[in-house]
Design a binder for this molecule. Structure first.
Ligand SMILES: [Zn+2]
Length: 420
């Protein structure tokens, strides 16, 4: 049979199979794709090299703008069992976007490497399973890519996802889901890899407090197994916006950490900011000395930001709102990078209409992709503001929360998490 342009050669198929350890790369499958055949001299093979972007003109996931040579390159292939080879191509591959397949391939190859060489595990949060929640269909699963975008209308449950996942670091995020006023039980599981594969469980009984488990064993507090940074700009009080203590509180870290993070933004080759650092607030003429001192006697420190073009140097509060957004995003990214050195880390961004809209996508996509080399990013954003085409180009995994219409007087119907 003659090969089409873009098809994999036998050599590349073997390469993909070997790199996958002859196992299906789907995280929930991993079936062995080779074994003994009927006769003592035979093997039975049930694996296949699947294309991430399609070799055909109108195939699953399209051609992704790749040339025939690029389509036939091993970087465009993922090793699967026969069943999942068919699955990933059903309905034009709608349920398996390229970004997700690529994440799974990398995850699986890292796992095989770890098993075969003892190499350190790639830190990765694979999925969140919502077994029981007041918002989503039972057993809804969110598979995380390097960057995962969750769109949905107001009230669809985007923020809830960030609060539940962010609770592994900060239990305070569960305030509206716990205690005597909470009417619903919540159970979810986060599957992740650090030294090996783990499952972190969180359960909240009706009217109770959150309980955590790690690999099934009950924990006294959220286990320090995954870390998160939660950026939600609208919760930053205006007077805290350039204050050292205010920013430390906003990012749920201590003041020394936030100092380091600010310095790192300038030092890390950020294209927008030459330098960031904290300096004592100067005393204006006629103001009482207490105005620049905290109640405990420590001087108030403000964030001084130095930009490249135009070259400016002011306290953050002197800059416009869009610069604030960029500063906070840059700090969140550096903090997440710091944290990802020791634990699998999720940067949760509640964009709330300010950051990922079509007009500014170009500006934020670069830093986000850079951050995703170190940790995973989850972005929530009102769906009508998302530039889905561009996000596909960046191979960001995209979900939409599909909420059925609410009938007055009836309980809220459960929403679906749908891959886009
Ligand atoms: Zn499979």
């Amino acid at each position: 049979m003659s090969a089409r342009p873009g098809d994999f050669t036998e050599t590349i198929k073997k390469l993909l199979a070997d790199r996958a350890g002859h196992e299906c790369s789907m995280p929930y499958c991993r079936v062995r794709t080779v074994g003994p055949g009927a006769a003592a001299t035979q093997t039975a093979k049930v694996g296949q090299a699947s294309h991430i972007y399609s070799a055909g003109l109108n195939g699953p996931r399209g051609r992704g703008g790749l040339s025939d040579d690029q389509l036939a390159d091993p970087s465009n292939g993922i090793w699967t069992c026969e069943l999942h080879g068919k699955d990933v191509d059903n309905n034009k591959g709608d349920a398996f976007p390229a970004g997700l397949l690529r994440s799974w391939k990398e995850l699986h190859e890292a796992r095989v490497k770890r098993m075969s060489t003892g190499a350190p595990a790639e830190r990765w949060v694979e999925r969140v399973r919502f077994m029981r929640t007041p918002l989503f269909e039972p057993d809804s699963v969110l598979y995380l890519g390097k960057v995962t975008v969750i769109g949905g209308t107001n009230g669809a449950g985007k923020t809830a996802i960030c609060e539940w996942v962010g609770a592994v670091r900060d239990k305070g995020l569960l305030d509206r889901w716990t205690g005597s006023l909470a009417l619903h039980a919540i159970n979810l599981e986060i599957s992740f890899t650090s030294d090996k594969e783990h499952v972190l469980g969180m359960g909240i009984p009706v009217g109770g407090t959150a309980r955590f488990t790690l690999d099934g064993a009950p924990q006294l507090a959220p286990p320090l197994a995954i870390d998160t940074v939660f950026l939600r700009e609208r919760y930053l009080p205006p007077d805290a916006e350039d204050d050292l203590r205010g920013l430390a509180k906003f990012f749920s870290v201590d003041a020394d950490t936030i100092r380091l993070v600010a310095e790192e933004v300038g030092a890390s080759g950020n294209k927008r900011f030459r330098h960031m650092g904290f300096e004592p607030v100067p005393l204006d003429e006629g103001e009482p000395p207490e105005s620049v001192i905290h109640e405990d006697g420590a001087p108030k420190m403000q964030l001084i930001v130095e930009t490249y073009s135009p070259a400016e140097r002011y306290p953050l509060s002197n800059f416009s709102g869009s610069v604030h957004t960029e500063v906070l995003l840059s700090m969140a990214i550096e903090l997440a990078k710091f944290k990802s050195r020791s634990l699998p880390t999720l940067l949760l961004i509640e964009a709330a209409g300010w950051g990922f809209a079509k007009e500014v996508f170009r500006q934020v996509a670069g830093p986000i992709d850079e951050c995703a080399k170190h940790c995973q990013v989850i972005i929530i954003e009102p769906h009508n503001r998302l530039d889905r085409t561009r996000m596909h180009e960046h191979e960001w995994v995209q979900y939409e929360i599909d909420m059925p219409p609410i009938t007055r007087g009836l309980p809220r119907p459960p929403a679906k998490l749908k891959l886009q």
